[in-house]
Write a protein that binds this ligand. Structure first.
Ligand SMILES: Nc1ccn([C@@H]2O[C@H](COP(=O)(O)OP(=O)(O)OP(=O)(O)O)[C@@H](O)[C@H]2O)c(=O)n1
Ligand SMILES: C[C@](O)(CO)[C@H](O)COP(=O)(O)O
Length: 219
């Protein structure tokens, strides 16, 4: 039995913009992706790290690791057309039974407690995702206008999303659907229930330039 984390960083970062892909941007001087990988290693040094990066960014990443003296051992898989395809490429490197987490490379502020709880609960429940409550009023847009919906019925979903290896591999054998916006949606489409546990509010996904400003404060 072995535990893994697949850190996906195979996207284009269109909403962030800029010349440097967002996963490589420095936050308080250290590239985002290094912070993310370190968070998992700090939680469990035995966890096998699998990083998914676009093929044409891998040489740059290796150079960055050398410049920053970043030595955490990790294997690299090629990014795919969508997040689903990137996860599937990472999953192909998972070769033993155990637990596998999938985490967005651009969520460097996941807490140690959340990582630990996700893996611990997944050992029992097979499929676990961290979520946080909605803290603002929520409205649904309709053709005729919009209406407030009960926010206590909704949760915002974070990563890491952790599963047994056999379950996630079975789920990712399905054909791609645009409805697959995270790993839980893939697993549910394969007919398995997903268990929710509390996430941490700092675990934001660095998506826009505004998020980078927040990151500088959180780091
Ligand atoms: N083909 C893709 C698309 C996304 N991701 C990863 O999934 C995570 C969440 O995606 P998002 O924040 O949307 O990243 P991008 O797709 O890069 O951003 P954008 O939609 O703005 O282009 C990111 O770590 C991203 O690198 C990936 O590995 N492969
Ligand atoms: C996986 C995720 O971060 C959970 O909130 C989210 O669905 C990724 O969405 P994106 O549009 O690919 O950023």
């Amino acid at each position: 039995m072995k535990n893994y984390v697949i850190v996906v960083a195979g996207g284009k970062g269109l909403r962030m913009g800029g010349d440097i892909p967002k996963q490589f941007l420095p936050v308080k001087g250290k590239p985002v992706l290094m912070r993310t990988l370190e968070a998992f290693h700090a939680c469990d040094a035995q966890l096998e790290l699998i990083l998914v990066l676009p093929a044409d960014q891998q040489a740059y990443w290796k150079e960055l690791c050398s410049t920053c003296h970043f030595t955490l051992p990790h294997r690299i898989a090629d990014g795919g057309e969508t997040r689903f395809h990137s996860v599937r490429n990472g999953l192909a490197l998972v070769d033993e039974e155990g637990l596998v987490g999938v985490h967005d490379g651009v969520r460097p502020f996941v807490s140690q407690e959340v990582i630990r709880n996700c893996y611990r609960e997944a050992a029992q429940k097979e499929a676990v995702i961290p979520v946080v409550e909605v803290v603002e009023t929520l409205r649904r847009l309709e053709e005729s206008g919009s209406e407030t919906v009960p926010r206590s019925s909704y949760r915002l979903v974070q990563t890491p999303q952790v599963f047994t290896v056999s379950l996630l591999k079975q789920a990712y054998a399905q054909p791609y659907s645009p409805m697959f916006t995270d790993d839980a949606s893939v697993v549910e489409a394969a007919g398995h229930a997903v268990h929710l546990i509390p996430g941490n509010r700092e675990n934001i996904k660095l998506t826009t330039p505004f998020d980078l400003k927040v990151a500088e404060v959180l780091a």
